[in-house]
Design a protein around this ligand. Structure first.
Ligand SMILES: [Zn+2]
Length: 444
């Protein structure tokens, strides 16, 4: 990698004639390598191993959980290989090696994990899952544990469900001001529907829970249908569908609607029956928030129509589609302005032209890079930010959907209003120094 970068820097290219795709490759090749490392990792290892040696496994488990929280991790992984167990934390959505355990050490910790999460100690050949809680400064943090038998032993993954980090202030969702206005207007409506679309690791949980907490006032009744309940919200009636009994998502949702809610949150639309019930709820005086597993806002429209929902019904029920991706936020503590390469300037210029923002003088745009510090575990990144593509279903788009127009026609019409594509939002966030151009290039 290093030699490649050196060669790239020396070679002169004609940036004017180079294709955008090639420019992207050049820019990505010049990126500084990110490797998470910190003295803290050694400290964690020493502390945990000391507790295990003293046979106080509850202390070891509590310490490992607290350290994961301190490092802003979302998950703790224990991966079994021959003779050793790798402990990894997912920090900023990237898996980071923290330390290794030997089989004797892991045995003690695994038993404590299974005991704390109410799992059966004697079952070692079947997957199991449940949760445990830790108390940190007067608040309770739930940890969902999943144990999976593998070739060598049982692998464990602990998902940290920390509401303090996952429900943010609405402003901190960083919607572009026009999109923010549209979403706020829709959240004020008595009936309607907001769909968040999500590939894996897009942070939809935070977006949904944050919108819900904005709606959470004492004059409204909110009922959720979740799978499973991730965070407890005060005054919200939260339910978890139990498909082991005869109830399906759809029949559960119908029961919820008989409870006179104002706002309903359906964790995920998985089938056409649930979609029809959710759409009917929106048309009969409820505000519905839900998610669909698609890659983009435009794909969502095609997907819904392929789920046998009649176009004119969907046109009346739906208000906003939010497609989102996560990018890592550049560390605010060690970022410095960097000298732009000719490739970067050419690429930004090409991208600006493509999104019709050629009037912005690219020479004035500043780019930042990091210098590594302890606060970001020497990775250059700290926390994350979303980039969005939001379609507001206004009257002209409703008409297009009613006439079953293809999604590209709909996007074309959306561009006549305040539509910001994922690419535009990404570039705007990179030039506002929230993230790096390379992070944006990877997801768009
Ligand atoms: Zn830093």
């Amino acid at each position: 990698m290093q030699t490649q970068i050196k060669t790239t820097k020396k070679t002169k290219i004609d940036v004017e004639s180079t294709k955008k795709e090639d420019l992207k490759k050049w820019v990505l090749a010049l990126e500084k390598k990110t490797e998470y490392s910190s003295d803290k990792f050694t400290k964690i290892e020493e502390k945990i191993k000391d507790s295990i040696a003293r046979q106080v496994s509850d202390e070891a488990l509590s310490d490992i959980t607290i350290w994961a929280l301190v490092l802003w991790s979302s998950d703790i992984h224990f991966e079994c290989f021959e003779g050793k167990i790798q402990v990894r934390f997912r920090i900023d959505w990237v898996l980071v090696d923290i330390f290794t355990l030997n089989t004797k050490e892991y045995k003690l910790l695994l038993e404590r994990l299974k005991y704390s999460a109410n799992l059966k100690l004697n079952i070692i050949n079947l997957p199991q899952d449940w949760k445990y809680s830790v108390k940190i400064e007067d608040r309770k943090v739930d940890i969902r544990v999943s144990v999976l038998p593998t070739k060598y032993w049982e692998n464990t993954v602990c998902r940290i469900l920390d509401s303090k980090k996952s429900i943010v202030n609405f402003e901190e969702l960083w919607f572009f001001w026009t999109s923010k206005r549209i979403i706020e207007k829709t959240l004020d409506k008595k009936n309607g529907m907001i769909l968040v679309t999500w590939p894996t690791w897009s942070g939809k949980t935070t977006t949904l829970y944050t919108m819900l907490s904005k709606l959470n006032t004492r004059d409204k009744k909110i009922i959720t249908l979740e799978d499973p309940i991730e965070y407890e919200m005060p005054w919200v009636v939260q339910t978890e569908v139990n498909e082991k009994v005869w109830f399906t998502f759809e029949s559960w949702l119908k029961s919820i609607l008989r409870q006179d809610p104002d706002i309903v949150m359906v964790w995920e639309i998985r089938d056409s029956e649930t979609l029809t019930t959710a759409v009917n709820a929106s048309l009969t005086g409820h505000l519905v928030l839900s998610t669909l597993h698609t890659k983009s806002a435009s794909e969502t429209i095609d997907r819904i129509l392929s789920m046998w929902l009649k176009a004119y019904i969907m046109a009346s029920a739906l208000d906003v589609i939010i497609a989102q991706r996560l990018v890592r936020k550049i560390c605010p503590y060690c970022k410095v302005e960097k000298e732009k390469t000719s490739q970067e300037v050419a690429l930004i210029k090409a991208m600006m032209e493509e999104i019709d923002m050629k009037n912005i003088w690219t020479d004035n745009i500043k780019l930042y890079e990091w210098t590594w510090c302890d606060k970001c575990n020497n990775s250059g990144f700290k926390w994350r930010i979303w980039i969005y593509e939001i379609i507001h279903i206004n009257e002209s788009i409703r008409d297009l959907i009613r006439w079953s127009q293809k999604s590209d026609e709909i996007i074309k019409a959306a561009k006549d209003t305040w539509f910001i594509s994922m690419k535009e939002d990404g570039i705007l966030k990179a030039i506002k120094w929230f993230t790096t151009i390379e992070e944006v290039l990877r997801v768009i």
